[in-house]
Design a protein around this ligand. Structure first.
Ligand code: HEM
Length: 226
């Protein structure tokens, strides 16, 4: 335990935690996006898929057990990811208490400088999203538990809600583009010979996630899905 504490006092240790938890969150987000695409197969498919998530592991584990296990794992990863990232930012700021008179970034890209802001926006988005589509407290009326397709249709026929989602997943794509690239660097996988390929992988996965997530609200808004 004391070794873990010692590691978490170093920048390398903090970066490692941010990278590994980021990888778990990235994998879950990719699965969520692929699952959402079942909406295009119709109400029966997406509703059965959502119901299936609740009975995951049956009959060996009680109803909802595996789902709650995944939820707790994700929450732990999110807390560790945000906590260690915040600590790294605070350390960097403490190392330069007097800001640059005029900061002109030469190497960093826009997504890299936007990480703190995009991370904050995503945190707010996840809270609103759970209140919207998991508990049905906001943005959808009436909300019917288990009727995922109808809840989505009722929500995304409203242009403001659909565009809010598209904006949020654009922010997610920017966050992931830099996050995936940083992950390769933290894990020591970057190398001048393959950096172009690693950057391309980061870009393709960010664009793919954006397109996959945005497709559902845009399809309801355009009337392709009804
Ligand atoms: C257009 C994009 C998205 C759509 C249509 C969508 C749809 C949904 C739906 C229908 C649920 C409820 C599932 C159920 O109760 O059975 C859900 C839950 C959730 N979504 Fe999304 N989602 C989108 C994007 C995202 C993104 C980008 C994130 C994370 C950054 C995210 C994180 C979550 C979380 C944390 C839950 C709660 C899971 C749980 O209750 O266990 N979603 N989403």
């Amino acid at each position: 335990m004391s070794r873990v504490r010692t590691l978490l006092r170093t920048a390398v240790g903090l970066k490692f935690v941010v990278a590994v938890t980021g990888l778990v969150l990235f994998a879950w987000v990719a699965m969520h996006m692929l699952g959402n695409l079942k909406t295009f197969l119709g109400p029966a498919e997406i509703d059965a898929y959502a119901a299936g998530l609740k009975t995951l592991g049956a009959p060996f584990v009680p109803h909802g057990f595996a789902l709650w296990g995944v939820r707790l794992l994700l929450l732990a990863c999110l807390v560790a990811h945000v906590g260690c990232a915040a600590k790294l930012v605070a350390r960097n700021r403490a190392a330069r208490p007097i800001p640059y008179a005029r900061y002109v970034p030469r190497e960093s890209t826009f997504p890299a400088r936007f990480m703190l802001v995009s991370g904050g926006i995503l945190l707010v988005y996840v809270v609103l999203h759970v209140l919207h589509l998991t508990t049905g407290t906001i943005l959808v009326d009436p909300f019917v538990e288990g009727k995922v397709y109808d809840n989505l249709a009722r929500s995304f026929r409203n242009g403001a809600v659909a565009l809010f989602y598209v904006g949020a997943v654009a922010v997610l794509a920017l966050h992931l583009y830099h996050g995936v690239w940083s992950l390769f660097q933290t894990l020591g996988l970057d190398n001048p010979d393959r950096n172009r390929k690693l950057r391309a992988f980061a870009a393709i996965s960010a664009i793919g996630l954006f397109a996959g997530f945005a497709a559902v609200p845009l399809a309801f808004l355009a009337g392709t899905l009804e």
